[in-house]
Design a protein around this ligand. Structure first.
Ligand code: AKB
Length: 318
């Protein structure tokens, strides 16, 4: 029997992942954990536990006592926040991973999902259709932590047989909860300002092309990867995954098709330097071959769904 624990459940991915796992496994077997004392409103129907991933003993005790079989370890600082707080970002992004990898090594967990990111790539990486295996010299704290994490995941798999699976997420676009601290967050923020009738001031310049994905695709990919037979998982570092790619100018043009008065201007800040080191687009043929990945949403689809569903009320909960 599967019993899943999502650590960092209050975040952008966690919120939707817990709800999907709950549908699959039942309420008692899809547990949401987050450092927040209060359960986030979107998870109020779920089993919720307050958990600090840096409290190794408490995490170990909970997982062993509750007989958790799989962990989705989502607690992390993203690229922009990590640059402002490098020591804490390194600590948070690495220590939790070791706690979970060690539990699996000791036989307490059957499977782990750990997210990596396009941030593992850097300024020397080929930018277009970035291959699965290529030059990886990340220049951000977040990217360095994700690259190191990937190496450790592969090591624990090879050395100790740990069944760890991972995706290099592109920028994720969703409407159920707000992203926080990422370089790709502009592509979510823009919808709220469009709905409010405001001009959007983009912190990336008009031509910055980045890989992106609608959250439904990302969640489906995560669940498919976790359910794929182990022998199909040829990559134990992390899989490249492509959804679509676009620039701030292109998403603004697409929004204008629905809201003709919408305006955007460009005021690049420190996040531009981060974005400049990341790929324009991703080659995800390994994910397609190994476990049948295929995206469903392109830019046109995701703009339509976002404009239909974005609720500006969420901004007041931030
Ligand atoms: C970020 O912008 O930091 C994240 C990511 C691409 O991993 N969305």
């Amino acid at each position: 029997m599967r019993k899943a624990l999502v650590i960092g459940a209050g975040g952008q991915i966690g919120t939707e992942l817990v709800l999907r796992l709950r549908e699959k496994l039942g309420t008692e077997n899809a547990i949401a954990a987050d450092v927040k004392t209060e359960c986030p409103p979107s998870l109020k129907e779920c089993v919720y536990v307050q958990m600090d991933v840096l409290d190794r003993e408490a995490v170990r005790k909970y997982i062993i006592d509750e007989k958790i079989t799989e962990v989705y370890l989502l607690a992390a600082l993203l690229s922009a926040t990590a640059e402002k707080n490098p020591d804490f970002a390194w600590k948070l992004n690495m220590e939790g991973l070791f706690t979970i990898l060690d539990l699996a090594k000791e036989g307490h967990l059957q499977k782990i999902f750990w997210p990596s990111s396009i941030a593992v790539f850097g300024p020397t990486t080929p930018k277009d259709q970035t291959p699965q295996r290529t030059i990886m010299e990340p220049s951000t704290v977040y990217g360095i932590s994700k690259q190191a994490g990937e190496r450790w995941c592969e090591y624990y798999h090879k050395k100790f047989g740990v069944d760890v699976r991972s995706i290099r997420y592109p920028g994720l676009i969703s409407y159920t909860s707000l992203p926080g601290g990422g370089t790709t967050d502009y592509a979510v923020d823009i919808f709220y300002q469009a709905k409010l009738g405001n001009t959007y001031s983009s912190f990336l310049n008009s031509e910055t092309r980045l890989p992106m994905m609608f959250m439904d695709d990302a969640i489906r990919a995560t669940l498919d990867l976790m359910e794929a037979p182990s022998e199909n998982i040829g990559i134990r570092s992390s899989y490249n995954l492509n959804g679509c790619d676009f620039t701030p100018a292109e998403i603004a043009t697409e929004i204008k098709k629905h809201i003709p008065d919408f305006e955007i201007n460009y005021e690049p800040d420190y996040r531009q330097d981060i974005a400049d080191t990341w790929p324009n687009s991703i080659d995800d043929s390994s994910a397609r071959e190994d476990w049948g990945w295929k995206e469903r949403y392109d830019l046109t689809d995701l703009v339509k769904v976002m404009l239909e569903n974005v609720d500006v009320q969420l901004l007041s909960e931030k």
